[in-house]
Design a binder for this molecule. Structure first.
Ligand code: FAD
Length: 518
């Protein structure tokens, strides 16, 4: 049984029991990757419930160092989450809602700890939004059943996807594995169900909250990062200047993008030297803004009420935001992609190289391919990499270096500030050809041609690879091949660690061999 079905069963089996439970002294919302007050489905429902019954609403967040380890959450992302919690706590306090934050060392203790806290606060209604990773779905299924046994109604709701997983089906009732028809179904569904883009308001002022009784909850300090995830002072300074946190920041970023840049999105989104994309992924990943809010706001400035008509830049951007939903639908339906497995089993048989030196060179941005190195260094310096360059570096690792793409997938999670399991897995699957809706295995990006096409002036390369700064013209894309070798060598820039033509042929023959093709 799929984990999402286990949770749905638990919700269905306990429905009557849960509905019969009367609200007692408080209602709790458990925050996870939904760190915002506005358009938060479960928080909204929790607040409505509390308001109706005239009891206080309490926010809860559990910091789980083991979850950070298990999910390979990058240090910069842990820092971003903890800083976001601080701002969320302040935002909630304005509404007289406390945010109780506690570290739970053993992740398996999370369900029992939540129920203990509910008992302590005499809360018998708990709300949370659904996450579609396997462990989370199973944990929530357990929590729903355990809660019902002891008279606590645990309500787990769809929120993070605009259209919930399982809703969109092919003509014969299957889950889509190809994006374009899925997107047509997504658009058609939203046109016929406009309520799915309705935005829930932030909770109203907390009812019946006596600050004196619950005062200690208002004084919870946000914990420091676990030691293994802590940033040093220089990193804190650097990342915090680059990535301000919070719901208001996310909304302002969205508004600025929609007024200043979205119209040119289609033309500029593939150019890493341009400020052409929204840079909102980090906020979607921590939930400081919802994808629904983003699409609804884009539609407000669109010239057509239809999602697939009107201003080209807006249409394109909405279709990109939808990729996030698509990959979560894939994860919920084919949970094995979460377990280090290839979406297409035949891709399991590829003979990878496992060349540690080359893998390390890739990680450090020292492959001798300027666009690849610029991308890897952008990520090392900022926690973020441009989407076009993510595709190029991923293809380079899986095809030119023939290093198992799953090592790259894991490394990205440890590196990126916007690490999102489903999108990252989907991106690696696409680039390595082993995933859902992949690019065909025989299409191998040429990193030099990609560089000439998408960074024609070399501005992005010059920014991130200072050794190549002085090189003029086309030689920046291929310094050792196009007459800039003296400068590159003098400045310590490495020669290509693999020759692309050789690497391409090797990849084609290994993929063919793995797939059992002639
Ligand atoms: P915009 O271009 O402004 O797009 C808006 C939003 O749409 C993004 O914030 C994101 O939520 C969504 N989106 C856009 N493109 C994609 C896509 N291809 N797949 C899924 N969602 C998309 N995105 C993540 O959020 N987390 C990841 O861990 C992640 N890993 C990736 C790994 C690889 C190998 C590849 C090829 C892509 C990965 N992406 C990931 C997708 C994409 O690179 C980023 O979402 C995008 O670069 C974020 O920048 P932006 O917010 O300015 O995007």
């Amino acid at each position: 049984k799929r984990p999402i079905e286990e949770l749905n069963d638990a919700l269905r089996d306990t429905e009557g029991q849960r509905e019969a439970i009367k609200v007692y002294k408080s209602v709790v919302h458990w925050f996870k990757q939904d760190l915002r007050t506005k358009d938060n489905t479960a928080l909204h429902k929790a607040s409505e419930k509390a308001k109706r019954d005239g009891v206080p609403l309490i926010g809860l967040y559990l910091v789980s160092p083991q979850d950070f380890e298990a999910h390979l959450t990058s240090r910069v992302r842990v820092d971003f989450i903890l800083r976001t919690l601080q701002v969320l706590q302040e935002d909630l306090a304005q509404l007289d809602i406390p945010l109780y934050v506690e570290t739970v060392e053993k992740r398996k203790k999370i369900p029992s700890r939540i129920l203990e806290l509910c008992k302590r606060w005499e809360a018998n209604h708990l709300y949370a939004n659904m996450e579609y990773e396997v462990d989370e779905l199973r944990r929530e299924a357990l929590l729903v059943r355990k809660g019902a046994e002891i008279g606590i109604s645990v309500n787990v709701l769809h929120d993070t996807c605009i259209v919930e997983p399982g809703r969109l089906k092919t003509g014969v009732g299957n889950q889509f594995s190809v994006y374009s028809p899925w997107y047509r179904a997504f658009v058609a569904f939203l046109h016929s169900h406009p309520n799915h883009l309705k935005i829930h308001p932030a909770p109203s002022q907390n009812p019946g909250f006596t600050r004196t009784k619950f005062k200690p909850l208002f004084e919870m300090a946000i914990p420091d990062a676990p030691i293994s995830k802590a940033l040093n002072d220089e990193e804190k300074h650097r990342y915090r200047a680059l990535w301000p946190v919070g719901e208001q920041e996310a909304c302002e970023r969205l508004a600025k993008f929609l007024t200043k840049r979205v119209n040119n999105y289609k033309d500029k989104r593939n150019l890493p030297a341009e400020d052409g994309t929204s840079m909102l992924s980090v906020h979607f990943a921590s939930g400081s803004i919802s994808a629904r809010t983003a699409i609804a706001a884009a539609q407000e400035v669109n010239s057509s009420p239809k999602l697939d008509a009107g201003i080209q830049g807006i249409m394109t951007w909405i279709s990109e935001v939808a990729w996030r939903d698509f990959y979560k639908h894939v994860l919920a339906h084919w949970p094995f992609v979460c377990m280090n497995k290839c979406f297409k089993p035949e891709y399991t048989n590829i003979r990878w190289e496992y060349n540690d030196d080359q893998f390390e060179a890739w990680k450090a941005g020292r492959t001798g391919y300027p666009l690849v190195d610029a991308g890897m260094r952008q990520a090392l310096a900022t926690g973020y990499m441009h989407n076009r360059v993510r595709m190029v570096v991923a293809s380079f690792l899986a095809k030119d270096l023939l290093v198992d793409w799953r090592l790259g997938e894991q490394y990205f999670m440890e590196l990126l500030i916007d690490g999102d399991f489903a999108s990252n897995n989907g991106g690696w699957g696409f680039s390595s050809s082993a995933g859902v809706d992949p690019q065909p295995y025989f299409r191998v990006f040429n990193p030099t041609l990609q560089s000439e096409k998408f960074d024609p002036e070399g501005h992005y390369i010059r920014k991130w690879v200072p050794e190549l700064k002085e090189i003029k013209g086309k030689a920046i894309h291929d310094p050792y091949g196009k007459g800039a070798s003296i400068t590159a060598k003098r400045n310590g820039y490495p020669e290509p660690i693999v020759e692309h033509k050789f690497a391409r042929n090797r990849a084609l023959s290994r993929y063919k061999e793995g797939l059992g093709r002639d």
